[in-house]
Design a protein around this ligand. Structure first.
Ligand SMILES: [Zn+2]
Length: 182
């Protein structure tokens, strides 16, 4: 996620003029389905890998990692944080759908770097309820990747925690930088 994106005007204009962005997506889907052929795959990822990544719009996981349809599970949220719900998805991924490796991807210029846990307090002040979830804001992206790797490695629910690797994706160069877990 980011808090300082400049939106290309031509793409953003799809949200005006009576046609919503969702209408535009549905139209694109019709074109997609026109040329789509059933790949005949089952639900188990071909590469037996689950990727946990930030939801950031600049991170095109399939292109950046040379992935193809059916290759992996993709689990994304704000920050690529390993929350209880990510552990839920990883547990199902490994125990029901056969994945064995976990790849964690955070990135430079993440929106979570500009937030603090104060965000929760401000929410509570505004709506009268404190959210149950932590914001999981961070200052040091390398350290946050290490913490995420640790959460995966120490989860009692996962079957495979020996191949867990973490990276920071540079949104300016497109390159991954691996984070030493130590
Ligand atoms: Zn992010």
């Amino acid at each position: 996620m980011t808090t300082s994106a400049s939106v290309p005007a031509d793409r953003a204009s799809a949200s005006t003029g009576g046609r919503t962005v969702t209408d535009r997506l549905v139209e694109a889907n019709r074109e997609y389905a026109d040329v789509f052929t059933d790949p005949g795959m089952d639900a188990r990822p071909v590469l037996r890998v689950a990727i946990v990544a930030c939801m950031d719009a600049r991170l095109d996981l399939h292109a950046a990692l040379g992935l193809e349809l059916g290759d992996c599970h993709t689990i994304r949220n704000a920050g690529g944080v390993v929350t209880d719900d990510v552990i839920r998805s990883l547990t199902i991924s490994q125990r029901a759908l056969g994945t064995r490796s976990v790849v964690l991807i955070h990135h430079t210029d993440c929106g979570l770097e500009s937030l603090t846990e104060e965000f929760r307090h401000e929410l509570e002040m505004e709506v009268g309820q404190r959210p149950a979830w932590a914001v999981e804001a961070f200052r040091d992206v390398d350290q946050d990747v290490r913490q995420s790797m640790q959460r995966v490695r120490t989860s009692p629910f996962l079957l495979h925690t020996d191949d867990v690797r973490g990276f920071v994706f540079d949104v300016k160069t497109g390159l991954l930088r691996e984070i030493d877990p130590a």
